[in-house]
Design a protein around this ligand. Sequence first.
Ligand SMILES: CC(C)(COP(=O)(O)OP(=O)(O)OC[C@H]1O[C@@H](n2cnc3c(N)ncnc32)[C@H](O)[C@@H]1OP(=O)(O)O)[C@@H](O)C(=O)NCCC(=O)NCCS
Length: 203
Amino acid sequence: MKLVKFKKINKKLNFFQLKDIISIINSENRTSILSKLSKKNLTRFIQQVIKSNYLELFVVTKRRIIGYAILAKKPDYLLKSFKKFQLEFCFNLFLNFKFLTIFNIFISILNFDKILISDLNKKIISESLNLNLLGINKEYQSRAIGKKFLEYIFKYSIHKSKYVTCETDNIRSNSFYKKKLNFKSIGKKIRFLKNQDVLAKKL
Ligand SMILES: CC(C)(COP(=O)(O)OP(=O)(O)OC[C@H]1O[C@@H](n2cnc3c(N)ncnc32)[C@H](O)[C@@H]1OP(=O)(O)O)[C@@H](O)C(=O)NCCC(=O)NCCS
């Protein structure tokens, strides 16, 4: 843990910082929609997150960036900031034959992806902080950095909420959230080819 620091990013990232985050997204968050975007669009999206009043970008540094997380005040705000680039992103995805990703974006915009979730839990999801993405560089995983990073984020986020929610699509991250941070499953979001488990934690 020596030299490992956590911080919130408030100003535009430089070339190397962006390169570090994009490399973590592409290696650790390979099933996410963001990892399917071109480098140029991913850069625009990250810079937009920093500018937004409703989204926050946190990083873990050890000289370079070795981890990152994106937190939204509510899930809707993430879709809204995505909407600005929606057409261009979809066109870019189309040219790269990422048809399933386009399909998943549309079912999410139309709220069709939440039909398996109870009304009460839908309300919790729509009104809570959402941890949209999280990744720690492979070399530094399993050293309790992820757990401490999230505790830092929940303490220092400027947005206050009763719950924080997140989505997982693999057993390892699911057990990280449940065993290390006390998240509980509250339903499934439809995604082709693999549904996501929606988790929530009381803050
Ligand atoms: C999930 C993740 C953020 C956890 O960060 P971390 O620094 O490894 O977390 P911690 O050291 O605090 O806790 C590790 C625990 O998380 C779980 N875990 C989940 N994914 C893991 C991974 N890829 N490598 C190691 N542990 C992982 C294990 O239960 C592990 O427990 P163990 O070390 O006793 O085996 C990180 O492993 C990662 O970036 N994984 C790939 C991306 C991802 O799944 N992101 C979350 C969904 S968006």
